[in-house]
Design a protein around this ligand. Structure first.
Ligand code: CA
Length: 286
């Protein structure tokens, strides 16, 4: 029996326009009416998630910043696991010196350097002119998804964070250069204090080592007294693996990364086919 369902957002609950379809909204409401606890689990920032759900009248537990924050359905911060500030500054210094577009998820805003978007536009031009086979539209869509988040605040440099009490929940680096992506990934992959994940082809994300969707899901399930064996998790990307591996039932989206499909018990339809609604219907009628 499924009493708790953890749902990823991008590539899962959201469609290509970064919206939640009417079909998915209805399905979630029905599930909640049936007494199934819905938990949103995303790499996005909490306030960005709130903006996406505005007008839906849906309130859920929200695991954001890849597990670095957990909010209750009424909007209280239940727990946060920020990166230690000296470590965060060290990461940001490296990213800035190496010319990466980056975002810092904090309590109230997504901090990003003033010149970051310009940097990304230049990168896009270079990649497209050097690789004619690359689909420009796809890159533009990926950049648009980044920029469509709610709550950006522009900074001149990471040094602005140094003198503040900003809690750094998640650092996201984004690049269109495959080699640059690999260089960044390799630079951070052996960091013991950090979790390194990727939620989409062009990014990698860093959090505190104890922050993951899987750890956060365990905490929420414990709080609600639901055994993990009675949970379902659904997702599409590698940053979902930590929760897919511990949930009682793991479900891959039809559009999921091959590695995700491989570890999951089941597969549902694609995000653009309302795969989450399809899954909920199946669970409710079982
Ligand atoms: Ca996703």
């Amino acid at each position: 029996m499924s009493k708790l369902m953890a749902i990823d957002l991008d590539g899962t609950l959201l469609n290509h326009q970064n919206r939640i379809s009417a079909e998915n909204i209805e399905a979630i409401k029905k599930a909640q009416k049936d007494g199934i606890e819905i938990v949103v689990a995303t790499g996005r920032a909490y306030f960005d998630v709130k903006a996406l759900f505005e007008g839906t009248e849906i309130e859920t537990w929200i695991i954001a910043a890849n597990g670095a924050t957990i909010h209750t359905p009424s909007g209280e911060l239940y727990q946060s696991t920020p990166i230690d500030q000296p470590k965060a500054l060290e990461i940001l210094q490296w990213l800035e010196e190496e010319g990466y577009y980056y975002e810092v998820f904090s309590q109230k805003a997504i901090l990003t350097p003033q010149n970051a978007r310009e940097l990304l536009a230049i990168e896009m031009d270079r990649v497209v002119s050097a690789n004619p086979e690359v689909n420009l539209e796809e890159l533009q869509e990926a950049a648009e998804t980044q920029y469509s988040q709610s709550g950006f605040q522009f900074i001149s440099s990471y040094k602005e964070i140094q003198s503040t009490n900003v809690e750094v929940y998640n650092i996201l680096a984004f690049t269109f250069h495959n080699e640059k992506w690999k260089r960044g990934w390799d630079h951070f992959k052996d960091e013991r204090e950090l979790t390194l994940v990727s939620s989409a082809v062009h990014n990698f994300e860093l959090e505190h080592k104890d922050a993951s969707k899987g750890n956060a899901l365990t905490k929420v399930a414990n709080e609600l007294g639901v055994p993990l064996s009675e949970t379902v998790a659904v997702g599409d990307s590698l940053n979902d693996l930590s929760m897919l591996k511990i949930a009682g039932k793991s479900v891959a989206m039809g559009n999921a990364h091959p590695e995700v499909k491989e570890v999951c018990d089941e597969m549902t339809l694609r995000n653009i086919e309302h795969g989450v609604a399809h899954l909920i219907e199946k669970i409710r009628t079982n």
